[in-house]
Design a protein around this ligand. Structure first.
Ligand SMILES: [Zn+2]
Length: 128
């Protein structure tokens, strides 16, 4: 539970938004955004976010550090990645994902908005 865990506390200078139960606090620096993303227990991308994005899968690349909780990521070919804090996260575009267990997942992530995949040097999709 969040309780008095300081990882959930206010972030100086951050702009907060909430989408489909996902809370994002973001601070801009240069071309990047540094974000703390809190995924509530029970969150699943294909259930909660897909109706908003209108895409079949989450098309974002995620590079960051999972500081609380556990997430499960699946690609359309059936490959599975599971992450449990503390763990570095690198997720390719084109995936579903959800929170495992009853604890919120907290991901510290850096993105470059529309240029994220290119600037992070990530593949543009999951392949072998
Ligand atoms: Zn695969």
């Amino acid at each position: 539970m969040a309780g008095s865990d300081p990882i959930f506390g206010p972030i100086k200078g951050a702009e907060r938004r909430e989408v489909a139960g996902v809370q994002v606090d973001a601070v801009r620096t240069g071309a990047a955004r540094v974000k703390r993303i809190v995924y509530a227990p029970g969150f699943r991308w294909s259930k909660d976010m897909k109706p908003i994005t209108g895409t079949e899968y989450c098309m974002h690349a995620h590079v960051g550090f999972l500081v609380r909780g556990e997430i499960h990521v699946e690609y359309p070919d059936g490959c599975v990645h599971e992450f449990a804090a503390p763990q570095v996260v690198a997720i390719e575009p084109g995936h579903d994902g959800w929170v495992v267990g009853d604890q919120a997942a907290v991901l510290i992530e850096i993105d470059f908005e529309g240029d994220t995949i290119e600037k992070l040097g990530m593949p543009d999709g999951h392949r072998h």
